[in-house]
Design a protein. Structure first.
Length: 475
């Protein structure tokens, strides 16, 4: 109970349990001592009593202070007490609902994470559909370029235009691949890479991403060993680490990307690892947060400013590649994140953008529902020396194969009808095991379940890639 001015006049065992005061310590004291300093400065205690008088009751949830100075979340109800129409005091009930509030906050966080997950899943589905259609468009452009190159001859101006189109097509294919990686809808394709070469290749992208207030430095030791990773995932992990470092330095600073060879087990570690480190001069990570930074959806950024998936992608990529991640951070002095990836003995094979086209002969059954893509693909096959028969779906393909004379089936995966390209391939493998089958895909969920059963040529492809894919087919 309080008197009309807010002085405590009675105290029960519940008040003592929640707030820590014995009756002798609190009776005669003003109830404002239960409020925070900010609330007292803002006149909140007396305002609560005034509202109780004006409206007949005051109800509020908010922070209150115990005797030992600790805070708890309270549900407070204040009722005015009248005798013969005169205010004689207030009845005040306080409940400690800290645990209930924390449970509610956890539930809200789970709902937010679920919403974020559903949003990303929807984005992934949308991205997959767009990627399929976009890669078909790129296939038409890319496939037509081979014809254009021969048509323009030695005209330097036309050659430059064709080269510009070719570069834009490759950039478009790369962009689509990155979108699929972000949406977690790109199958892992490990390959041996030269670390120094790849760091140099993404340097311009990273420079653009950090902005003018941040200095990006590279420190790559000579003779860094090759590693075997999915190239797109590797580059995505680098971008995620650098962007996180940038966001930790609101006033600008320095980010250093370094790479060097290490032997984790000393002389007993004969295989060795490559350590790639991203270090910043930012605010650092608090010790209570450090253990959560790789958790999916965990982020210290404001809502809408981060998905909480950047560092979880780094963690997933590194462990999938057989490596580990180490973090060192000190508040006010920055953060250093190191990914350790196993050394790969074999050096990466040099890529030849103008690899030789391998000619062929025989009849190829081309199964493609998109007429423009089918026309381009048929043109490439004919330039390689093959005779082409075209059908638009799996059912038509099965009828054509019954006529015999087919030496090779080249089928898109996504097609209308009851059977897609993968279903066709599996049916043919069971009924005609000696018939070579090559699949093509701009993207599809079905392609993720191939699991190496059939070779897949990713759209958009060039004529030399098509010829080499056919040459590698078992006969």
């Amino acid at each position: 109970m309080l008197d009309p001015t807010g002085v405590v006049t009675s105290w029960n065992i519940g008040g003592q349990r929640i707030k820590g005061y014995a009756p002798a310590e609190i009776i005669g004291q003003h109830f404002s001592r239960f409020y925070t300093e900010v609330d007292r400065a803002n006149g909140k205690p007396l305002r609560a009593l005034r509202i109780a008088c004006e409206q007949g009751r005051y109800e509020e949830d908010g922070w209150r202070v115990r005797k030992d100075g600790t805070f708890f979340w309270a549900s407070v109800v204040i009722d005015p007490i009248y005798e013969d129409g005169e205010l004689v005091g207030f009845a005040k009930i306080t409940r400690d609902i800290t645990e209930r509030r924390e449970a509610q906050l956890r539930l809200e966080q789970m709902h937010q994470q679920l919403a974020e997950s559903q949003k990303l899943d929807a984005l992934g589905q949308l991205t997959g559909g767009v990627a399929h259609d976009f890669n078909n468009l790129l296939m038409i452009i890319s496939g037509s370029l081979h014809t254009l190159k021969k048509a323009v001859g030695d005209d330097s101006k036309s050659q430059r235009a064709v080269s510009a189109i070719e570069g834009a097509t490759k950039r478009g294919a790369s962009l689509t691949s990155q979108l699929l990686t972000f949406a977690r809808r790109q199958s892992v394709n490990p390959q041996v890479i030269d670390v120094a070469e790849r760091l140099d290749a993404v340097r311009e992208v990273l420079d653009t991403g950090v902005g003018s207030a941040v200095t990006l430095q590279f420190d790559v030791a000579p003779g860094v060993w090759p590693i075997m990773v999915d190239l797109t995932e590797f580059e995505t992990a680098l971008v995620n680490l650098v962007i996180n470092a940038r966001d930790a330095m609101t006033g600008g600073g320095v980010i250093t990307v370094s790479a060097r060879n290490v032997t984790l087990g000393g002389e007993t570690d004969t295989s060795g690892h490559v350590a790639i480190t991203v270090e910043d001069t930012g605010a650092g990570i608090a010790p209570d947060v450090l253990g959560k930074i790789f958790d999916p959806f965990f982020t210290t950024k404001p809502i809408g400013k981060g998905t909480g998936l950047g560092l979880s992608q780094v963690h997933g990529f590194v462990h999938q590649a057989g490596g580990t991640v180490k973090v060192a951070s000190e508040l006010g002095k920055g953060t250093r994140i190191t990914i350790l990836l196993p050394r790969k003995e074999t050096a990466p094979a040099a890529e030849d953008a103008n690899a030789a086209e391998i000619g062929g002969s025989g009849i190829v059954l081309l199964v493609e529902d998109n007429p423009e893509v089918a026309s381009v693909s048929a043109g490439l096959l004919e330039q390689l020396g093959y005779t082409v028969r075209r059908v638009a779906n799996a059912e038509a393909a099965l009828r054509e194969i019954e006529l015999d004379g087919i030496d090779l089936v080249f089928s898109d995966i996504v097609m209308p009808g009851k059977m897609d390209g993968l279903g066709l391939a599996r049916h043919l493998k069971a009924t005609k095991p000696g018939l070579p089958i090559l699949l093509a895909s701009g993207y599809s969920d079905a392609a993720l379940s191939v699991r190496g059963d059939f070779p897949i040529l990713r759209k958009p492809y060039e004529i030399h890639e098509l010829s080499q894919a056919i040459a590698k087919l078992p006969r």
